[in-house]
Design a protein around this ligand. Sequence first.
Ligand code: UDX
Length: 447
Amino acid sequence: MKVTVFGTGYVGLVTGTCLADVGHDVLCVDVDQKKVDNLKNGIIPIFEPGLEPIVKQAVQNGLLNFTTNMDEAVDHGELQFIAVGTPSGEDGSADLQYVVAVAKTIGQRMNGYKAVVNKSTVPIGTAEKVSEALLGELNARGVDVPFDVVSNPEFLKEGAAINDFMKPDRIVVGTNSERAEKLLRELYAPFNRSHDRMIFMDVRSAELTKYAANAMLATKISFINEMANLAEKLGADIEQVRNGIGADPRIGYQFIYPGCGYGGSCFPKDVKAIINIAKNVDYQASLMEAVDRVNHIQKSKLYTYVTKHFGGNLKGKTFALWGLAFKPNTDDMREAPSRVLIEALWAAGAKVQAYDPVAMDETQHIYGLREDLKLVGTKEAALEKADALIICTEWKTFRAPNFELIKSTLLNPVVFDGRNLYEPERMLEYGFDYYAVGRGKSVTQYQ
Ligand code: UDX
């Protein structure tokens, strides 16, 4: 099938590439000429394991093409995916200008039926706005061409996006058009083989499904973080509690890992957006407000431990930091807990010496060159002459380090672990002061 994808960001590129990989003829569109030129040569602008070889192969097979030409783009696909950004406005509401611009682009050029598929995470009611924008352009041209606007939210996890796309748990499609339903069924047939994963519903419900899914997951994380904070005060160990509650299949083991807060491009933005969406219909989303608040507190937690440990005086101290990305297997720094920590340490007059397997270029890009930030080539180098070690991301390489080396290299044997990577008892045996999240014994003695 011929498919056009507007936006070669994270969602657009993964969607276009995976569709081309199973044989669809995909044209990806972006306004950024340099990005398009690079993509044509298989150079991808994001870090996503497994993506680059599939892009290269699909380009070679002639099934994945890139363009900045809007006429060509609209002409190409019967299916037109919108996968452009929806950044948060000041008040947390999603900014729809790019989505609407694509709708207009399509309306200005289409001459035959199009199914316009919304992949971007957008407020409930956006499909109607897209329809209006598109129809406005058709009317202005004085033409009458049929189209459908479909909501097809993505559920990709960064670092696992290819697998999530190729083997989806579900494919949610919001439409009331039989024609669009048929097209989407055919499009996704290669990903829908062992059992039917397609869930059709009305457009508004599909739009809300995306927010509800992310809101639920963010709620689980803030819930466990709140329990962890309580466990700390009560001298209980949240890791044992996590095991205990996860065994109940109604609760499950997933997404109840306590830590230094959730980050990334989705949860923080979507939780804030849903609070805003609720406000607009005169409803106060109290639970979502609490989820957001707990996360905000959680992101300052490591800093709170650090200041407490050093008696409030961090001036002139140097901190080794392991992990910058908001989670492993990505270089994404959006809303990363590490940023809250780094900025608080700087404000207190401390320096940061950091290592991350892939996010250091991105960090450099965000903060530029500064004297209080040193990005080093190995995790061991980060420890040199540092007053303590702080861990923000659970990269595999941090899981079983040489503890003797850590101890002998640091100026003080102190570890602040925002991801509960180590056993508190072992750490105490090694002679560390060890702060983890909600692990009773590891922390209470310092309170
Ligand atoms: C998320 C959703 O999982 C995905 O379905 C949606 O399409 C986009 O948003 P992503 O942002 O890539 O994906 O990351 P995810 O793996 O969900 O992690 C989000 C954040 O939550 C990370 O900062 C992670 O460290 C944190 N997290 C996750 C926890 O703190 N504890 C957990 O138990 C799970």
